[in-house]
Design a protein around this ligand. Structure first.
Ligand SMILES: Cc1cc2nc3c(=O)[nH]c(=O)nc-3n(C[C@H](O)[C@H](O)[C@H](O)COP(=O)(O)OP(=O)(O)OC[C@H]3O[C@@H](n4cnc5c(N)ncnc54)[C@H](O)[C@@H]3O)c2cc1C
Length: 505
């Protein structure tokens, strides 16, 4: 039997859960679906902080926050949307504080703030270096308290439309049972995160960031924008791409080459710094992040997670040793186009978080502005979807069948290993659609993606069982990421002039 609600939310990261709380508070009946557990989304990995011009660590102003964000966006953002986000920031922190987020505090008990790249003041509010985790867990608790239905391990397959071309629900795979299910809704909010994993292992993101929601929305006809803008974070650990947060540089960390020289400004915007490090690496240098001079006490108090990550993944202690680093894919500015009500180009479909493009980051996002965006625009998406659902009840009953792409996939030959292709595309994209791009290399990447897509039936799954088929889920993700890859390269080829994170020579 079909499941019904007023507002269906796809994704249980910070954006989806904020939207859920706000839709529920606006009187809507809400269901949240997520392919993983909510506490495992990208949001819980955010370390450095969330921006708001509170002025708790020196002078700051909303106007400066706006100016810094505009500058970093390289003319590719909407000044009104940025103003709205930055003006809403102090209230967003007040709200997070009021629901129980345990921000670190100053001596006089104010929310502590630290410097991040591209900011003229210490503006990022933080909870040690576990900021996203504390925010997400607190919002999740509030959702449970509000009795919001959150269904885990449900994989979005299709966005459904009625005869009037309005979005009226979603087709979903229940990963545990293997059944395809239909959810009917008056409004759908997409909050399914970004697509940095098209770079496979050359990314700070978890394997879940394959752009599923973006690819699915595009198949339903939603408009995508700025897909070529991919942010490379300057300080991924060299051997595993695990992020060492910008907070390490915010606290005073240095970037050094093999000669021990500081060759760049540590708190420059990420696009600038990533290019500087990339150039140094291409000269044959190793590059390191050095926080030894900060001392053990400061590191343990302010950067405990960074120390743990370096020990665990690079087998070194940053209190005494240099951390070898390289820039890796971290955040995707492109996404589903939305207006100032978080409405997409499809009636009844809203989007928020990293899968959406509210035009607040432009060509380069500032550290600390994504957590801010998910809270500010998560609220807008939830409230506006609830309002839309109230005013636009479905008049035509949904009549979707449960056939899906899965039936087709099971007929594929599976004579080529898609895991090897996934790794290959990830490495190719890191090289050809990476920090510095050339038209020729972009064309090679496009051709490879199109070749794989044209021969997709040679790939496939070896496991055709129904229950908990992770082989199938990974293939569905790979298929979505190929669609996203194609749009990213085509958008990169269409933008002939360098701009922020898109740097073409
Ligand atoms: C290591 C790291 C550190 C970061 N540090 C910071 C920071 O300090 N400050 C800052 O501002 N930003 C930071 N960011 C960026 C920020 O964390 C993310 O941009 C933001 O949390 C994205 O939130 P979201 O809710 O849009 O997506 P996510 O948190 O990624 O959630 C996406 C949700 O969608 C679900 N989903 C995806 N596909 C499907 C599908 N097919 N079917 C069903 N469900 C699906 C997932 O299961 C998940 O629940 C960091 C990112 C990383 C990776």
């Amino acid at each position: 039997m079909n499941k019904k609600c007023d507002v269906l939310i796809i994704g249980a990261g910070g954006a989806g859960l904020t939207a859920a709380l706000n839709a529920k508070e606006s009187g809507a009946d809400v269901i949240v679906l997520t392919k993983e557990y909510p506490t495992r989304s990208q949001t819980c990995m955010a370390q450095g902080g969330i921006n708001a011009a509170l002025g708790n660590a020196g002078e700051d102003s909303v106007e400066d926050h706006i100016a810094n964000t505009l500058k970093s966006a390289h003319g590719e953002a909407d000044p009104e949307a940025i103003r709205f986000m930055c003006e809403s920031a102090p209230k967003a922190i007040e709200w997070l504080d009021s629901i129980g987020v345990c921000f670190s505090r100053t001596q006089d008990a104010k929310v502590a703030q630290r410097a991040l790249g591209g900011a003229s003041a210490s503006r990022a509010c933080y909870a040690q270096d576990y900021t996203g985790l504390k925010i997400l867990h607190t919002i999740y608790d509030r959702c449970l308290e509000a009795d919001i239905e959150i269904q885990n391990e449900k994989y979005l397959l299709e966005i459904l439309k009625d005869e009037n071309d309005g979005v009226c629900g979603a087709k979903v795979l229940d990963i545990r049972s293997g059944e395809v299910e239909i959810y009917e809704a008056n409004a759908v909010v997409l909050a399914s995160g970004g697509y940095s994993r098209i770079y496979d292992k050359n990314s700070t993101n978890s394997t879940a960031s394959t752009g599923d929601g973006i690819a699915t929305a595009a198949r339903a006809g939603a408009e995508l924008i700025d897909m070529e803008f991919v942010q490379f974070h300057p300080t991924g650990l060299k051997s595993c791409s695990i992020l060492i947060s910008e907070s390490a540089r915010g606290e005073g960390g240095y970037i050094l080459n093999s000669k021990g020289e500081r060759f760049t400004k540590e708190l420059a915007p990420r696009d600038v710094l990533s290019r500087a490090i990339d150039a140094e690496i291409k000269k044959g240098e190793d590059v390191f992040l050095d926080i030894r001079h900060l001392g053990e006490k400061l590191i343990d108090e302010g950067l405990p997670q960074e120390r743990k990550l370096a020990k665990l993944y690079e087998n070194l202690d940053p209190v005494h040793e240099l951390m070898p680093i390289k820039p890796v894919a971290h955040y995707t500015m492109g996404g589903v186009r939305v207006d100032n009500k978080s409405a997409t180009s499809l009636k009844g479909l809203f989007a928020c978080g990293e899968c959406a493009n509210h035009r607040v980051h432009g060509a380069n996002r500032l550290g600390g502005n994504s957590l801010l965006e998910i809270v500010v625009f998560g609220k807008e998406a939830g409230v506006n979807a609830a309002l839309y659902a109230k005013e636009n009840g479905r008049t035509i009953p949904l009549n979707a069948d449960i056939t899906s792409v899965i039936d087709e996939i099971k007929t594929y030959e599976n004579v080529l290993d898609f895991y090897a292709k996934r790794e290959h595309i990830g490495d190719l994209f890191y090289k050809n659609v990476g920090i510095v791009r050339t038209k020729e290399e972009l064309k090679v990447a496009l051709q490879e993606v199109q070749d794989i897509k044209a021969n997709i039936s040679k790939l496939g799954v070896s496991d055709i069982s129904k229950v908990y088929n992770t082989n199938l889920i990974e293939f569905l993700e790979f298929k979505n990421s190929l669609d996203v890859c194609e749009v990213v390269v085509k958008s990169a080829l269409a933008r002939e002039v360098s701009c922020g994170a898109h740097y073409i020579v």
